[in-house]
Design a protein around this ligand. Structure first.
Ligand SMILES: NC(=O)c1ccc[n+]([C@@H]2O[C@H](COP(=O)([O-])OP(=O)(O)OC[C@H]3O[C@@H](n4cnc5c(N)ncnc54)[C@H](O)[C@@H]3O)[C@@H](O)[C@H]2O)c1
Length: 253
């Protein structure tokens, strides 16, 4: 493939953590990558990492739960990088609390970022995939989809991502578009560091305690997830669709 028909990938929530590692990994695979996050300036570090390694990247500021911002962001990506045919719906937030203490706002925020965000981004990008007769959508689910105390909102959203993924696979397969979900277990990022802080533990101690419960005896790194996303977004994965891959250092169910 020449540089003029280089595939364009969009990774949401790519300023840090799993999204940043995924953006860097997809760029290393030769993709031109739209590094999308709430704040364009926060995407700078990821973009610089990609360009320093000789890749192509564009920082895009966008709230994935806002329809107008999503439409504008995708239009800009088409203009500045080209039509996106790879989409990784990774943007995410936690608003943990036990059911009896959970506010409506915390419920809605989690639903809006994960589910509404993935819906809006997928709807905006699918047209370009259908036009190209090729597409790869990867949605970030979580081991919490199986149920997790204090995460009734997040667990529902991440289980929702799985049904969303399977339906995209059924609707879009005939256009050469696959959709799969990656469901991480414990990955060391700002998100899990914030959880450690919330429960009053140091991050190192929190990770060590988590590792004892994981068969491979370590917590995951963002690159562990980026590797799985790279597989699903590759040209060679065209017969793999509608799947949920738990990447958790062991089986979960
Ligand atoms: N870290 C883990 O252990 C873990 C486990 C399972 C699933 N996940 C999922 O993986 C994904 C990435 O997690 P992470 O640990 O890298 O989190 P993180 O908090 O380190 O990064 C998430 C990124 O998403 C961005 N974001 C949040 N709301 C957004 C919005 N409305 N629009 C655009 N960007 C937005 C944030 O600004 C941030 O840069 C999330 O979907 C998360 O739920 C993480």
């Amino acid at each position: 493939m020449s540089t003029t028909d280089q595939r364009v990938a969009v990774v949401t929530g790519a300023a840090r953590g799993i999204g940043a590692a995924t953006a860097v990994r997809l760029a290393a695979e030769g993709r031109a990558v739209a590094v999308l996050d709430l704040d364009e300036a926060a995407c700078k570090e990821t973009v610089e990492k990609i360009t320093a390694a000789g890749g192509t990247a564009l920082a895009v500021g966008c709230d994935v739960s806002d329809e107008a911002q999503v439409e504008a962001a995708v239009a800009r990506i088409v203009q500045e990088l080209g039509a996106p045919t790879i989409l990784v719906n990774n943007a995410g937030v936690l608003r943990d609390n036990l059911l009896f203490k959970m506010s409506v706002s915390d419920w809605d925020t989690v639903m809006n970022v994960h589910l509404r965000g993935a819906f809006l981004m997928s709807r905006a990008c699918q047209k370009h995939m259908v036009d190209a007769g090729f597409g790869r959508i990867v949605n970030l689910s979580s081991s919490s989809a199986l149920g997790n105390r204090g995460q009734v909102n997040y667990a529902a959203a991440k289980a929702g991502m799985q049904g969303f993924t399977k339906t995209l696979a059924k609707e879009l397969g005939k256009f050469g578009v696959t959709a799969n979900a990656v469901a991480p277990g414990f990955i060391a990022t700002d998100m899990t560091a914030a959880t450690a802080e919330r429960v009053g533990m140091g991050f190192e101690e929190f990770k060590a305690a988590a590792a004892t419960q994981i068969p491979v005896q370590r917590v995951g790194e963002p690159e562990d997830i980026a590797n799985a996303v790279a597989f699903f977004t590759g040209d060679a994965a065209g017969f793999v669709s509608g799947q949920v891959l738990y990447v958790a250092g062991g089986p979960l169910n």
